[in-house]
Design a protein around this ligand. Structure first.
Ligand SMILES: CC(C)(COP(=O)(O)OP(=O)(O)OC[C@H]1O[C@@H](n2cnc3c(N)ncnc32)[C@H](O)[C@@H]1OP(=O)(O)O)[C@@H](O)C(=O)NCCC(=O)NCCS
Length: 154
């Protein structure tokens, strides 16, 4: 496995590639171009990408709420051809660092119960299952809710 990609904040020029990644990665609850654009410079969002110029290999989207120490990982995706190279894990670590930098001490996320790869990723990275959510997604699929405490410097 080689770390031949760079993690950085998304910029407007990433929008077409972000949309392509979104459409290839998710069948339901997809983010639109307008939503992505809004999150680019929102104080309540952090959109990260894994960049292997000219290709965009992955993305992670975090949300913050004012006066809350809880950050939410809304989305995480690695391009199909780039999976299994540590990009998802690296994006997750960068998202955690981004949440800590904003003063958050917990990161929460929901994941489809049938998404074995993502469940495995979160569990190996220290996330603990805190709830089961029936009919959570548009297609009626159930979710697990996971949370991880973010210690300073961890
Ligand atoms: C989940 C996802 C982001 C993982 O990305 P990735 O870049 O392939 O993951 P990594 O290479 O960083 O793998 C890190 C760990 O995740 C787990 N993992 C990743 N893919 C896996 C798979 N197919 N089966 C089981 N475990 C898997 C493993 O624990 C792996 O560690 P290891 O390589 O030491 O075994 C990717 O599969 C994806 O984009 N899926 C579609 C979108 C999605 O479901 N996103 C998550 C829900 S929001």
């Amino acid at each position: 496995m080689t770390a031949d990609f760079r993690l950085r904040r998304a910029v407007p020029a990433d929008l077409p590639a972000l949309l392509a990644l979104e459409n290839a990665s998710f069948s339901y609850d997809r983010m639109s171009a307008r939503q992505f654009r809004r999150h680019l410079d929102s104080p309540s969002a952090l959109l990260l990408v894994a960049d292997d110029t000219p290709a965009l290999l992955g993305s992670a989207l975090l949300f913050f709420r004012e006066h809350s120490s809880l950050a939410r990982l809304y989305s995480l995706a690695t391009a199909t051809a780039a999976r299994g190279r540590g990009i998802g894990r690296a994006l997750l670590a960068a998202a955690e660092a981004g949440a800590r930098a904003r003063g958050c001490n917990r990161l929460r996320l929901e994941v489809r119960q049938d998404n074995a790869a993502a469940v495995q990723l979160y569990e190996t990275q220290g996330y603990r299952r805190i709830a089961a959510l029936d009919s959570y997604y548009d297609d009626g699929a159930a979710a697990w809710r996971y949370e991880k405490p973010l210690q300073a410097g961890s």
